[in-house]
Design a binder for this molecule. Sequence first.
Ligand code: NDP
Length: 449
Amino acid sequence: MISVVEPATAAVMAEVPRAGADDVDAAVERAKGAFPAWRAVEPAERSAILRRLADAVEERLEDLAVLEARNAGKPIGDARGEMGMVVETFRYYAGAPERLLGDTIPVSGGIDMTFREPLGVVGLIVPWNFPLVIAAWKLGPALAAGNTVVLKPAELTPLTALELEKIAATVLPEGVLNVVAGPGSVCGSRLVEHPDVAKVAFTGSTEVGRGIARQAADTIKRVTLELGGKSANIVFADADLEAAAAAAPMSVFGNAGQDCCARSRILVQRDAMDRFTELLDAAVREVRVGDPLDETTQMGPLISAAHREEVASFVPEGAPVATRGTAPEGDGFWYPPTVLAPVGQHDRAAVEEIFGPVVCVIAFDDEVDAVAKANDTIYGLSGSVWTRDGAKALRVARAVDTGVLSVNSNTSVRVSTPFGGFKQSGVGRELGPHALDHYTEVKNVYFAT
Ligand code: NDP
């Protein structure tokens, strides 16, 4: 059995059966059996089924949000937002089956046309930081395109995925969506090597992503990877410093920093450093850390004791702590919001993904220096540019090597726009129209006339 722990109390909140490789094989078999009928469902009917799935999740939104808040340790308001996004994602991709358009291409002697065919059985491996919503980003386009699915949630947070499987059983044909809750090294790995799985979509650490890419090569499996980040929040001296400083804390302490989009490096133009850090200090002290089920909480605990130890290793004795917020004492994996400054560009905390509420503040001189520092990382997922100069904002946005960038804002994710990384932050895009490319194969047909 898996003993599922509630991070805010460190107590076991549920026991669920632990799946093994045989369970993965059985789930793949069910998904393979369901594929021919699911791909043959008329496009309008597949749309209607996905809308019903969205409605069925919406009916359960509050109890799913509470379950997610408790199991992942996230503030209830955030959990409600995520469940809302699950619903929105299924509704958005409900529009896709009738819009999977092909091309006709002028050729001699006949007609040439393209089709977007489903891949077959796809394996989805998702992490513990945004358990159900990241699953939905993959499920929406996968199901809309006519694939069947085996979903493996993280062992730390399997509860909402298992609930979704039950909800989906009332709406989807049998075998279309299967959930296996078991360890990544066993169940995830089996999905990646399984010859009947056509594609694996993974979100998690860059290290595990590398291994999946390697293992997938054996069967030339399609792979999309959403991996780590070390995103830069670039604040120019001509920015609205009050707005930039007010927004900065939650762009890195949101979800207790366990967010691949966390703006964990704040790059500040030297002339504005004193004023910005003064404003940031005040904003960080206001972050309310506490019980995830308290409506006023902005940040909960970390996911596990082991992860808290890893996060703490980035703030050793003598670390340059400029601001430390507050966190509850006692049981639960609490860690206070922490600002490190000044930090050298190549210090460990400025280079590695911390995945906790620890942010580095680093100075830059000018636009060229800002871009060089922002790009001086193996990652390239998200980032922000704060300035009142529109042309500079666009120049910098184009020059920073990341997949998702915002100007005078720290938002990264919308259902209707593409999300994914450059460099070692990943391969492929989720959400928006682009995700469908990764769940379909282009077929070209020539018809001699
Ligand atoms: P992992 O990458 O280990 O976990 C992500 C998912 O992959 C989980 O479902 C996990 O299963 C599964 N998995 C683990 N090993 C394998 C494998 N060999 N083959 C297939 N699937 C596997 O992340 P961690 O939980 O270990 O977190 C470690 C670090 O990764 C974090 O500190 C953070 O830096 C980064 N991370 C980044 C995320 C992102 O959103 N980009 C999300 C999560 C982590 P299980 O956990 O059940 O064993």
